[in-house]
Design a protein around this ligand. Structure first.
Ligand code: NAD
Length: 497
């Protein structure tokens, strides 16, 4: 059985880890590997390794750090298929979907290739008599990233390229549920010429996370995962004096206006609701048609498509979606469907009985559609993270906007309409960080930044793009006087021009 180890100082090692966690193929339910789980001593080892590597890496000229990124980009492109296979084997998403994940990760590497330009400072001559001021941004030191299971390569690569291009040393703590893809992408950094110790992988669970949150030599933490853990990481990290960005869960709504192209909206909802079995933080999990007629048309067009979803293992090239991540998560999703029925939602398509011949032990859940969901129901309030779409009927556009603005999450949202006035009003009023107009999954490209609002994020900075430069560096402003011969005598008042 495959053993998945840490990467510390460029070497695979179990270090002092004695505990392990099982890793499964979600399509078959078979255990395919075991991942080592770090102990506190391992946290100390990896932080010391990263700290030592930071000393020289932070002094490497940005243009040379960029060259590593260029080489890395080429290697990721070359090995995209292997990375996608590693993702699918432990996550279960289809191979084309996994390739899409790698493609989006590549955008962040491409942006990091421009790091000399991004780190360029500001200079002002003659701010006073013979006085000049220069500001530029400096690396923080050792920074850590803690990532979720649902994008086992992309989310680590939302962090790593910008963190290291800015001159930091990085420690990645990937999800213990699908850890192999993270090792592969970090392994390729070594091949791209990154010095050992600049990017490390520490596998583990709460012990590893807590160790990083409390270690005095870790300067900053990037976290992506569920809201309760994001909040915990933010509060604990900041209480320990660290800079923290913690991105959490979501409940993304899509408004369908009466004038929308229903076929286009239905196609969008199928991909955004059921792609990757609904296990995306930008998945649409709530459709909000405006008006009874729009709702009736939408539900009658959606229902047969949801019932006809092709569900299969990642190796099935025809599959629209795969299984969910674990047996426990499957039970959780089924529990939400039960709760929806009990609380009075109308179950239009029931995915609970789904079984796939030859894969009876896989963690498959059939596509599920609820209509007449109301805001007080558990399936509306909580993030299900499965192939379950809820329709909440709104009697007006204003009701739909209020509904979204009242939800505790504010990650992504969309409106489908042909009305420019409505679209512009929506962009203005909606309390959500990432907004789509006739675009169901508005994940920003690598040169913009990603981040939600409300309880979908803790901390001031979005992830990747220009926000990452600010998060992974700190400002230094230098004021100089040349020549030194000018004498104004001792000045006891606050300096001013
Ligand atoms: P999770 O919160 O369970 O795990 C995320 C990370 O935290 C993992 O590395 C895990 O090992 C660690 N962790 C788990 N429990 C912990 C604890 N008690 N103490 C310390 N660390 C702990 O999330 P997940 O189930 O892996 O991922 C799915 C969640 O991530 C969903 O809520 C999804 O919306 C969210 N997500 C958000 C974004 C975003 O950008 N906002 C992106 C992807 C996923």
């Amino acid at each position: 059985m495959k053993r998945i180890e840490h990467i510390i100082g460029g070497q695979y090692t179990s270090a002092d880890s004695t505990r392990t966690a099982a890793v499964y193929n979600p399509a078959t339910g078979e255990q395919t590997g075991e991942v080592v789980l770090a102990c506190e001593a391992d946290v100390n080892t990896v932080v010391a390794t990263a700290k030592a590597a930071f000393e020289s890496w932070s002094q490497v000229p940005p243009a040379k750090r960029a060259r590593v990124m260029f080489a890395y980009k080429a290697l990721l492109e070359l090995r995209a298929d292997d990375i996608a296979s590693a993702i699918s084997a432990e996550h279960g998403k289809t191979h084309p979907d996994a390739l899409g994940e790698v493609a989006r990760a590549l955008e962040v590497v491409e942006f990091a290739c421009g790091i000399p330009h991004l780190l360029k400072g500001d200079f002002s001559r003659n701010v006073g008599p013979a006085i000049d001021t220069a500001s530029d941004r400096h690396a923080l030191g050792v920074v850590a990233g803690i990532t979720p299971f649902n994008f086992p390569a992309m989310v680590p690569l939302w962090m790593i390229p910008m963190a290291i291009a800015c001159g930091n040393a990085f420690i990645l703590k990937p999800s213990e549920r699908d850890p192999s893809a993270a090792n592969l992408v970090v392994e390729l950094l070594k091949e791209a010429g990154l010095p050992d110790g600049v990017c490390n992988v520490l596998h583990g669970d709460k012990v590893a996370v807590d160790g990083l949150l409390h270690h005095p030599d870790v300067q900053a933490i990037s976290f992506v995962g569920s809201t309760p853990i994001a909040e915990y990481v933010y509060k604990t990290g900041t209480a320990n004096g660290k800079r923290v960005q913690a991105l959490g869960g979501a409940k993304n709504h899509m408004i369908i206006m009466p004038d929308a192209d229903i076929d286009q909206a239905v196609d969008a909802l199928m991909g955004a609701g059921y792609g990757s079995a609904g296990e995306r933080c930008m998945a649409i999990s709530v459709a909000v048609p405006v008006g009874e007629e729009t709702a009736n048309r939408l539900v009658s067009a959606l229902a047969p498509k949801v019932a006809a979803l092709k569900i299969g293992p990642a190796t099935d090239t025809d599959a629209d979606m795969g299984p969910v991540i674990t047996a426990a998560h499957k039970q959780k999703v089924l529990g939400y469907i039960d709760a929806g029925v009990k609380e009075g939602a109308e179950l239009v398509v029931d995915g609970r009985g789904f079984s796939l011949q030859g894969y009876e032990n896989g963690y498959f859940v059939g596509g599920t559609l609820f209509d007449r969901v109301t805001p007080d129901m558990t399936i509306y309030r909580e993030e299900i993270f499965g192939p379950v779409l809820s329709v909440v009927r709104a009697d007006s556009y204003d009701t739909a906007v209020d509904l979204i603005n009242r939800h505790e999450y504010g990650n992504g949202t969309a409106i489908f309409t042909r009305d420019g006035d409505a679209a512009r009003n929506f962009i203005d009023r909606i309390q959500v960080g990432m907004v789509g107009v006739n675009v169901p999954i508005p994940v920003p490209v690598g040169y913009h930044s990603f981040g939600g609002w409300k309880r979908s994020i803790f901390g001031a900075h979005g992830i990747y793009g220009p926000e990452a430069v600010h998060f992974y560096t700190r400002l230094k402003t230098v004021t100089t006087r040349w020549p030194t011969g000018i004498r104004a005598g001792a000045q006891f008042n606050f300096p001013s021009n």
